[in-house]
Design a protein around this ligand. Structure first.
Ligand code: Z5A
Length: 188
């Protein structure tokens, strides 16, 4: 019997929702239970494209909105061959943000910049304001209505442990289902 493929598990959400914390916990838990799992994150700031994005997010450079959107997209596409290879090898990928962030953040940009300016910030990077993050959340709420994507909504306002337990159960189910399905294409 051939190798069973891994699952693509993506954690999305607004800034500070706990995505990175949960991705790390999930990878560790899956490995502890004998499953092959690796973490990835987007933007991947380690590549040349990722460095352009990082400089933009840190407000060290300015980029035209379409340009930065395409850079985020290119930053994912440059990893797709590797991602497919790992999935085919039976490794489940736990991914901290993916294309849904690309849609949600870019489409949230029509938010009035004057309204955003001066509001309480989360951090120092671009996009880290509560008004902008609310707009992003609304975009995510639209995206989860797409039945072609297997969305699960997690209440992240609970303890790290409680959120982890739910994500782990959902992920184990997703891995079991994915094993018997071919690798598909997003939004095709
Ligand atoms: N972006 C985009 O525009 N287009 C794209 O295509 C993509 C991304 C892919 C950088 O992303 C920006 O890029 C991001 C979207 C945009 N802009 N914003 N906002 P990033 O991944 O580098 O940054 P981030 O996603 O905002 O990560 P983050 O700030 O690190 O948030 P997080 O991963 O969701 O949270 P965390 O690091 O796991 O936790 C934050 C803190 O909360 C930490 O101290 C934890 O210990 C604590 N925490 C976590 N969970 C809990 C619970 N349950 N209770 C209490 N405390 C908790």
């Amino acid at each position: 019997m051939g190798v069973r493929r891994g699952a693509l598990i993506v954690l999305e959400g607004v800034d500070r929702a706990g995505k990175t914390t949960q991705c790390k916990r999930l990878v560790q838990a899956l490995r502890d239970s004998g499953k092959e799992a690796e973490m990835m994150r987007f933007p991947d700031r380690t590549t040349m494209i990722g460095q352009l994005i990082s400089s933009y997010l840190e407000k060290k450079s300015n980029l035209e909105d379409h340009t930065v959107h395409l850079l985020f997209s290119a930053n994912r596409w440059e990893q797709v061959p590797l991602m497919k290879k790992k999935l085919e090898q039976g490794i489940s990928l736990v991914v901290d943000r993916y294309a849904f962030s690309g849609v949600a953040f870019t489409s949230a940009k029509p938010v009035n910049p004057a309204e955003v300016a001066g509001r309480g910030g989360f951090g120092d990077e671009r996009y880290e304001t509560s008004v902008f993050q609310r707009a992003v959340q609304q975009k995510f709420e639209q995206l989860i209505k797409d039945p072609s994507v297997n969305w699960k909504v997690i209440d992240a306002a609970r303890s790290i442990e409680d959120v982890h337990t739910e994500i782990k159960t959902l992920s184990e189910n997703a891995i079991n289902i994915a094993e018997n399905q071919p690798i598909g294409e997003l939004w095709k």
